[in-house]
Design a protein around this ligand. Structure first.
Ligand code: AP5
Ligand code: MG
Length: 214
């Protein structure tokens, strides 16, 4: 089963994708994570993407679509994909259709996480992750059980994203509204869109997603 998790920055796409990987043995394909890895490794893609990401603008459609294509080539056809943060433009949505067809796959569900944008700013600016395993935390909503120690792997280093400041977050939301939200009607016509209340608790959102994926 292949699904898209759609929603503005901070909607919980990454959080839920991690949980679906555990519950359903699917694979998370986050273009944001792939680009951040490329920035860290100083690859040509990363060098090109870094300044764009720090401003909250979109990296080129070709670059992100090539990343997705390469991941699908590397993973087996039996494993379901969770597209997290991709597609983000009408052009990417078309490219994804072509890529999926090429790999003999098809999109089963597009799940929109419905959220209140003002609450998202607090969510994003409080977010941090384990530098070792990537487990996500939040200053207010989800602190590690033992201060300074990752619940999952025991590491003691954490990191914050350079684009997680209020100004950039607000710009990322504008970009979501103007570039990404307009791809939804196309999927609606196919009858594969589901809406989930992204303001519910993390557990309740996962339960709603589990119901869709059964
Ligand atoms: P990307 O990494 O995709 O960022 P984003 O879409 O802006 O979304 P976020 O990762 O910020 O939010 P999320 O929905 O994953 O929320 P999370 O689960 O972390 O993209 C970054 C940049 O890369 C882009 O700006 C662009 O430059 C570039 N890029 C990436 N893909 C691209 C593409 N396809 N095309 C072009 N450019 C691209 O949750 C947030 C916080 O809230 C966490 O702390 C979490 O613990 C907490 N939380 C989550 N759910 C709940 C809940 N239900 N209740 C309470 N707290 C919650
Ligand atoms: Mg994310």
């Amino acid at each position: 089963m292949d699904i898209i998790l759609l929603g503005p920055p901070g909607a919980g796409k990454g959080t839920q994708a991690h949980r679906l990987v555990e519950h359903h043995g699917m694979r998370q394909l986050s273009t944001g994570d792939m680009l951040r890895a490329a920035v860290k490794a100083r690859t040509p893609v990363g060098i090109k993407a870094q300044a764009i990401m720090e401003k909250g603008e979109l990296v080129s459609d070709d670059i992100v679509s090539e990343l997705i294509d390469a991941e699908l080539t590397a993973m087996g056809s039996a494993t379901g994909a969770i597209f997290d943060g991709y597609p983000r433009t009408a052009a990417q949505a078309e490219m994804l259709d072509d890529i999926l067809a090429k790999h003999g796959r098809k999109l089963d569900h597009v799940i929109e996480l419905k959220v209140d944008e003002d609450a998202l700013v607090e969510r994003i600016t409080g977010r941090f992750t384990c530098a070792e395993c990537g487990e996500g935390y939040h200053d207010t909503f989800k602190l590690p059980a033992k201060e300074g120690v990752c619940d999952v792997c025991g590491a003691t280093e954490f990191k914050r994203r350079p684009d997680d400041n209020e100004e950039t977050v607000r710009h990322r939301m504008d970009v979501y509204r103007s570039e990404t939200a307009p791809i939804l009607p196309g999927y609606e016509k196919r009858g594969i869109v589901h809406r989930v209340d992204g303001m519910a608790s993390i557990e309740d959102v996962t339960a709603a997603l589990d119901d869709i994926l059964v």
